[in-house]
Design a protein around this ligand. Structure first.
Ligand code: DX5
Ligand code: ZN
Length: 230
C-alpha cells in the first residue's frame, strides 16, 4: 500500500491570496495540491482553469498538482492543463464520450491519469482500463461544492475499489474527495484509501492571518492516519 498523502482542495482557499495559501498549506505538511476545475455545465459551479495552474507553478509551487476535472467535454482542456504544469489529471467517465481515448490523451500529454466516480456511479468503468490508471478518485459527495457531508455508503465502494487495485497488482492511488475531516479520515484509510482530499476541513482551520494556521489540522489528520496503520 502507498504512503498516505494529504491533498488540500484549494476550492476552499482564499482565492485572493492563492499563492500564499498554497505555500502555507505545503509548509504545514500537505503532500499534493488538489485543484478543482468546474465548468457550470457538468457541475453547477464555475472555478479555475489552466491559467491559475500555470500561475501557481510560476509562483514557485513544486509539489504535485492534482487536477480534478469536473468539465464536459474533457479532451479539449487536457493538453492545456498538461502545459500548465498539472501532475495528475483525473476526469469523470460520464463526461467523456471515449474514456480510453481521454485517458490516453492524459498520458500522451505527460501526466498521470485517473478516473473519478460520483457516489452513485458504478465501478465498472474500471473493467478494461486498469492498466491505464495511476489514480482512482472516489467522490464521497456529489461534485460541485465544498463543505458537504461525507456519504457513508461510499466506504463500501472504497473497499471494493481497494480489492480491484490489489488484484490488479498495479500501483494505483486510491483517493477520496468530499467531506473528509479529522473525525472520519481514519475510517476512510482503514477502508483502503491512501490519498485524502480535504477542502473546508483544512482551509477553514486556524486564524486567517496566521501563516502557521494549517499546522495543527494537518498534524491532526496525520495523527489519525498513523492510527489507521496500526
Ligand atoms: C467537490 C470537490 C472537492 C471539494 C471538497 O466537488 O471535488 O474537492 O473541494 O471539499 P470538502 O473537503 O470541503 O468536502
Ligand atoms: Zn475535487
Amino acid at each position: 500500500m502507498n504512503e498516505f498523502w494529504i491533498a488540500p482542495s484549494i476550492l476552499s482557499a482564499d482565492f485572493a491570496r492563492l499563492g500564499e495559501e498554497v505555500d502555507n498549506v505545503l509548509k504545514s505538511g500537505a503532500d499534493i495540491v488538489h485543484f478543482d476545475v468546474m465548468d457550470n455545465h457538468y457541475v453547477p459551479n464555475l472555478t479555475i482553469g489552466p491559467l491559475v495552474c500555470e500561475a501557481l507553478r510560476k509562483h514557485g509551487v513544486t509539489a504535485p498538482i492534482d487536477v480534478h476535472l469536473m468539465v464536459k467535454p474533457v479532451d479539449r482542456i487536457i493538453p492545456d492543463f498538461a502545459k500548465a504544469g498539472a501532475s495528475y489529471i483525473t476526469f469523470h467517465p460520464e463526461a467523456s464520450e471515449h474514456v480510453d481515448r481521454s485517458l490516453q490523451l492524459v498520458k500522451d500529454s505527460g501526466c498521470k491519469a485517473g478516473l473519478v466516480f460520483n457516489p452513485a456511479t458504478p465501478l465498472n468503468y474500471l473493467d478494461h482500463v486498469m492498466d491505464k490508471l495511476d489514480m482512482i478518485l472516489l467522490m464521497s459527495v456529489n461534485p460541485g461544492f465544498g463543505g458537504q457531508s461525507f456519504i457513508p455508503y461510499v466506504l463500501d465502494k472504497i473497499r471494493e475499489c481497494r480489492r480491484r487495485i490489489d488484484t490488479s497488482g498495479r500501483n494505483i492511488r486510491l483517493e477520496i474527495d468530499g467531506g473528509v475531516n479529522a473525525k472520519n479520515i481514519r475510517e476512510i484509510a482503514a477502508a483502503g484509501c491512501d490519498t485524502f482530499v480535504a477542502g473546508s476541513a483544512v482551509f477553514g482551520a486556524g486564524q486567517a492571518d496566521d501563516p502557521n494556521r494549517y499546522d495543527s489540522i494537518i498534524r491532526a489528520l496525520r495523527g489519525e492516519l498513523a492510527q489507521a496503520r496500526t
